[in-house]
Ligand binder design. Structure first.
Ligand SMILES: [Zn+2]
Length: 55
């Protein structure tokens, strides 16, 4: 089930992909793995889920 079948920005096709998102935090930057919809047209990233913290 895909929350976004089309990009809300440009209406292009989106693909579901697991990406790492960097959260800058002073000396310690955290990376979380999140599932995101990536627009194949404009590159818009739509984060679907909260990531699990990787400390
Ligand atoms: Zn788009």
């Amino acid at each position: 089930m895909t929350p976004f079948e089309l990009c809300p920005v440009c209406g292009g096709d989106v693909i579901t992909k697991e990406v790492e998102k960097l959260i800058p935090g002073g000396n310690n930057s955290a990376a979380v793995r999140v599932t995101a919809e990536i627009c194949t047209h404009c590159g818009e990233r739509i984060i679907l889920e909260r990531g699990d913290h990787v400390v």
